[in-house]
Design a protein around this ligand. Structure first.
Ligand SMILES: Nc1ncnc2c1ncn2[C@@H]1O[C@H](COP(=O)(O)OP(=O)(O)OP(=O)(O)O)[C@@H](O)[C@H]1O
Ligand SMILES: [Mg+2]
Length: 452
């Protein structure tokens, strides 16, 4: 059912519009003045607004401006009384969908309302399709599980609620965060990403909140933090499970107060930021081990979205493999190759500890290394260009270039140290005598993660 909001101070006008549109199966609601109308729009889900131009207090044009800013896709039809026709024309210039002169002609009202509501449906539908289907950040997949994820994204995106995205490495958490931002009212403003694991502990505070000149050694100038940069938009706190307790306390405060303070500063800077967080860690476990704050967890986890591992949705593999193949061939100026049905079945039978990222990498290797235009199941066997990788690989027997050998050796060595320290990143970094963030980047590069 289409829903319409009438904003008019005259009861008789509201009542007659309501009668006509309810007969046309619209769900009709109303507000008596501008501020009331804006409040209704903020809390409701309308397909159309009918807005009177002349009202006591805030007039229709003012309200129109505010609606256009916050809800650019929502059609607004102006209702103009005697002497306000010129204003109505001005309103269409400001982005009003159309205008209706008083006294209202019921046929015209019905036609305009229907068209505007249909226009709204098409615009929203188009925006949704654009986000899900096009571009490099599309979330591909047709399995029940991924469709559920997409449905949740669509539902929460237009609101300002915080979302916590969980899932294994490479499962698509970042894509989810990006889709939420793109489908939100904040999409015209920046999406700022912070990888909490890649930033050294001592720098995370100034990264998030900025710093004043001279706040610490090396702070030669003043700098805005990510919270400030994300003002009006979305802040994506990636790998939140790796944030130090100290930084967690500061983030909690910023969320509670909607204000931030630069390191070394004393001014409270208000910020309007929607926060999306992601992690591959089990946060309740981390809370149990006193590594993560429970209060922050509850603040972030208003809507949880769990991205299921690829092995639980093998139905998505044919689509993902062919989309990746197409993309990779195009990027490399190659004629498009294809996977045989047998090869696709082999891909579907695999475990994919590195999830979609691992699938993409393997498809890339296969597409580049396999001669001919068909990739067969036999090409997927180890040593055939695709092949499995990991600690079990025979370092010397695997062939390849010198660089590939060095990478394999490095990956195997790091994995061994990680295992020795129980996958504690800080401890391993100490053992290897490298920066934690550096270790983290290497782990990412080689797809190193705890198994099982
Ligand atoms: N459903 C999907 N459709 C298309 N591409 C996908 C999908 N899911 C993941 N990918 C691709 O897989 C790669 C990894 O995705 P992404 O970075 O979003 O995962 P992640 O969960 O954030 O990983 P990490 O835990 O390592 O941070 C990216 O190249 C992404 O484009
Ligand atoms: Mg990620």
């Amino acid at each position: 059912m289409k829903s319409v909001l009438i904003v008019d101070d005259e009861k008789s006008v509201r009542d007659s519009i309501r009668m006509i549109l309810e007969y046309e199966k619209f769900d009709v609601q109303y507000a008596e003045d501008g501020p009331g109308g804006i409040a209704r729009v903020e809390s409701g889900d309308f397909d159309l607004v009918l807005l009177d131009i002349k009202m006591p207090g805030e007039d229709g044009l003012k309200v129109l401006r505010r609606l256009r800013q916050g809800h650019p896709d929502l059609p607004v039809v102006m209702i103009s009384g005697h002497g306000t026709i010129e204003t109505a024309v001005e309103a269409t210039r400001l982005g009003a969908y159309d205008f209706l002169p008083k006294p209202l002609d019921s046929d015209k009202l019905v036609i305009v309302a229907r068209n505007a509501a249909e226009h709204h449906r098409l615009v929203t539908e188009h925006r949704r399709m654009q986000v899900m289907v096009e571009g490099k950040d599309a979330i591909l997949g047709s399995s029940r599980k991924i469709r559920d994820v997409i449905a949740t994204i669509e539902r929460v995106a237009p609101t300002d609620v915080r979302v916590l995205v969980t899932g294994e490495n490479g499962s698509g958490k970042e894509l989810v965060a990006k889709a939420i931002h793109r489908l939100s009212r904040r999409s015209g403003k920046p999406l700022i990403e912070v990888n909490c694991a890649a930033i050294p502990n001592e720098l995370i505070e100034s990264e998030l909140f900025g710093h004043e000149r001279g706040a610490f050694t090396g702070a030669t100038g003043q700098r805005s933090g990510k919270f400030e940069l994300a003002d009006g938009g979305t802040l994506f706190l990636d790998e939140i499970g790796d944030m130090s307790l100290n930084a967690q306390a500061k983030v909690l405060r910023a969320l509670e107060e909607g204000k931030v303070e630069r390191v070394g500063g004393s001014r409270q800077i208000p910020v309007d930021v929607r926060v999306i967080a992601a992690t591959n860690k089990n946060l309740p476990e981390a809370i149990g081990a006193n590594l993560f704050r429970q209060d922050l967890y509850h603040r972030l986890n208003v809507i949880p979205i769990n991205v299921p591992p690829l092995r639980d949705r093998p139905d998505d593999i044919p689509l993902l493999a062919s989309a990746f193949t197409e993309d990779i061939c195009q990027r490399n100026g190659m004629a498009v190759k294809r996977f045989s049905d047998g090869a696709v079945r082999s891909l579907q039978a695999m475990e994919w500890p590195g999830n979609v990222r691992e699938l993409r990498n393997m498809v890339e290797r296969l597409v580049i290394m396999t001669p001919g235009s068909y990739i067969e199941a036999s090409h997927l066997e180890p040593g055939q260009g695709g092949g499995s990788r990991g600690a079990g690989d025979d370092l010397l027997g695997a062939g390849g270039t010198f660089q590939e050998f060095k990478d394999r050796a490095e990956a195997a060595f790091i994995r061994k140290q990680l295992e020795a320290s129980g996958w504690n990143i800080s401890r391993t970094a100490e053992l290897l005598d490298i920066q934690r963030s550096h270790l983290y980047n290497k782990m990412k590069k080689y797809g190193l993660e705890r198994r099982g």
